[in-house]
Design a protein around this ligand. Structure first.
Ligand SMILES: Nc1ncnc2c1ncn2[C@@H]1O[C@H](COP(=O)(O)OP(=O)(O)OP(=O)(O)O)[C@@H](O)[C@H]1O
Ligand SMILES: [Mg+2]
Length: 248
């Protein structure tokens, strides 16, 4: 379970997160939606311990990650995975080496075990046969699949996805969503998906939360969010230019 309690974060006196409260139950998937530059990626980085909040806390299975140090923090981080907005693959490593990297760094697996595990993950994401290619030689959709495989190879209990389909054509985007859903069902991880794919994402997730003005403006089932009368949410999810949200 992920719990975010009264979280604040500013950069150079510019407040980005202004009291975030959020909870994702075990094995559930939450879509985090909200305008560009409003702090979605920052929130994911704080949840996974890559960035420290100014105030507030993040609890993973009731453990306050801000209070953990040393081995306990390392162990907790190993249970969590993140698929970054740009994929963040190592350009000088092949697809195989990218996926093998966390296994080599963080486990004591033998080379043969690593090979089997990487090949299994490649098959899961539909990339068998691409293992010797470099990131520059594969398409954007394939890069997202490699990033997903590199995350899943560690068998995480929590996975955070930062815009896993942005920049892909609608069909490939759908295929990635389907893949994430299938992986979630078979591996049963708890997930947060940051996305602008509205309303496509609504059929894939258990809950939706909307970030607005540094706070969670609304949280509920996809049905509740879709039918809300709140003018801000209504304008955002229907992509209307007229309404309470001003576009700079
Ligand atoms: N390391 C940093 N140093 C300074 N400012 C930062 C840093 N990281 C993020 N910010 C600022 O925090 C705000 C929120 O950024 P963030 O990347 O979380 O937005 P986002 O909601 O993920 O947007 P998008 O949908 O475009 O990805 C932005 O104003 C950004 O400039
Ligand atoms: Mg972002």
């Amino acid at each position: 379970m992920i719990e975010v309690v009264d979280l604040y974060k500013s950069f150079n006196d510019h407040p980005v997160l202004k009291g975030i409260n959020l909870r994702v139950d075990e094995g559930k998937t939450l879509a985090l939606i909200g305008g560009s530059g409003k702090g979605k990626s920052v929130l994911l980085k704080i949840i996974i311990g890559l960035m420290r909040p100014d105030r507030g806390k993040v609890l993973i299975d009731n453990q306050d990650i801000g209070r953990l140090r040393g081995k306990a923090l390392k162990r907790l981080k190993e249970r969590c995975g993140i698929v970054f907005q740009g994929g963040a693959l190592f350009d000088s490593l092949t697809v195989f080496e990218n996926i093998a990297f966390p296994l080599e760094e963080k486990t004591r697996m033998k080379a043969s075990q690593i090979r089997d595990t990487v090949m299994r993950e490649l098959a899961r994401v539909g990339l068998s046969g691409s293992e010797t290619k470099y990131p520059a030689e594969i398409s954007g959709g394939m890069k997202k699949r490699v990033a997903l495989a590199r995350c899943l190879v560690m068998n995480p209990e929590i996975v955070l996805f930062d815009e896993p389909t942005t920049g892909l054509d609608p069909l490939i985007g759908k295929a990635i969503h389907k893949l994430i859903r299938e992986c979630q069902k078979s591996l049963n991880f708890t997930a947060i998906i940051v996305t602008h794919e509205i309303p496509a994402i609504f059929s894939m997730v258990d809950r939706v939360a909307m970030l607005f003005d540094g706070k969670i403006l609304a949280e509920g089932t996809p049905g509740e969010i879709e039918t809300t009368k709140d003018p801000v949410i209504h304008q955002f999810i229907h992509g209307e230019l007229e309404g309470p949200i001003t576009i700079q």
